[in-house]
Ligand binder design. Structure first.
Ligand code: ARG
Length: 286
């Protein structure tokens, strides 16, 4: 019998992937020579070849799942450029450039903006205030969720709202291990998200609870292995393989988690999502 509860359950498990367009940057020059987040330790050796091999797995996987992946040339001397999510925020074909908090990454902003300019994007904005792209800006069906506290500035949130014309929900990050929003929260599909509550201030936790009452709440243990630094196409969710608890929670909700080992890139404080920038086009006919 088709009881309402049963209908709801069926609806929840019918997950559909939507084809995406991503931008990535090969970690050719990856190393850890400075520390701008608690995960980075320049004294700890980094195996660049292994970083490249692990990154290649992610690059191939996106393509096997049917997505289009473009590449930006890595700049020597900018080891963090592999974290392409920090390169821009692209919504409806509009490209909001980035401005980094730390001088070590400053040159990446213009490089990413130039990539978009030279690839035919015409609506671009070079920001006046600090925003670290999709590190701190996450697009849901209804909102632009925006992290602050460590990197992106509240003024940068306002600037994003004005340029992109999407309501911004500012969220305060309070735990230095989760210095970018994309280390503490994942958009799964439309307005479905998962997050680690401990990364947010009490007020921001209340906002998340109000807007996303059905969100998946992730444990600290899973968040600590970057289980929230994940990329979803609406059905497949690519995440660090160590986040086994999240994988189980996702399966329960009808998603297909796919675990990857990006241990070398973790040494820079990033994983799956950090390495993947989504390019969102203008909807057809808009
Ligand atoms: N080392 C980089 C930084 O601290 C890591 C950036 C990770 N990217 C991200 N989207 N969370 O800026």
């Amino acid at each position: 019998m088709n009881t309402p509860a049963r209908t709801a359950r069926t609806a929840r498990t019918a997950r559909t992937a939507r084809t995406r367009h991503y931008l990535m940057c090969r970690p050719t020059h990856f190393e850890v020579t400075y520390a701008i987040n608690p995960w980075m330790d320049p004294a700890k050796p980094v195996d660049t070849d292994l970083a490249i091999a692990q990154w290649e797995q992610l690059y191939s996987l996106h393509q096997e799942l049917g997505h289009t992946v473009e590449l930006i040339d890595p700049l020597p001397g900018y080891p963090d450029m592999v974290y392409a999510a920090n390169g821009a925020t692209v919504v409806d074909g509009k490209v909001l450039g980035v401005r980094f908090r730390n001088a070590e990454r400053a040159a990446e902003g213009p490089a990413y903006l130039e990539w978009f300019r030279s690839h035919g994007y015409t609506e671009l904005h070079d920001p006046a205030h600090v925003n670290e792209g999709e590190g701190d800006f996450l697009v849901t069906g209804s909102w632009l969720l925006a992290g602050t506290g460590f990197r992106s500035a509240p003024e940068g949130h306002a600037e994003a709202q004005e340029f992109l014309g999407r309501p911004v929900i500012s969220l305060n990050l309070v735990d230095p291990r989760f210095y970018h929003l994309d280390t503490a929260l994942t958009v799964l599909d439309g307005d479905e998200i998962m997050y680690f509550p401990g990364a947010f201030s009490p007020g921001s936790r209340a906002v998340l609870k109000r807007l996303f009452p059905d969100a998946i709440l992730v444990t600290e243990a899973d968040a600590e292995v970057f289980g929230l630094n994940a990329v979803s196409d609406g059905r497949h969710v690519i995440l660090p393989e160590a986040a086994t608890g999240v994988a189980r929670q996702l399966r329960e909700q009808g998603f297909e988690p796919i675990g990857l080992d990006l241990s070398e890139l973790l040494k820079g404080g990033g994983s799956v999502k950090c390495c993947t920038l989504e390019i969102r086009h203008r909807p057809a006919g808009a």
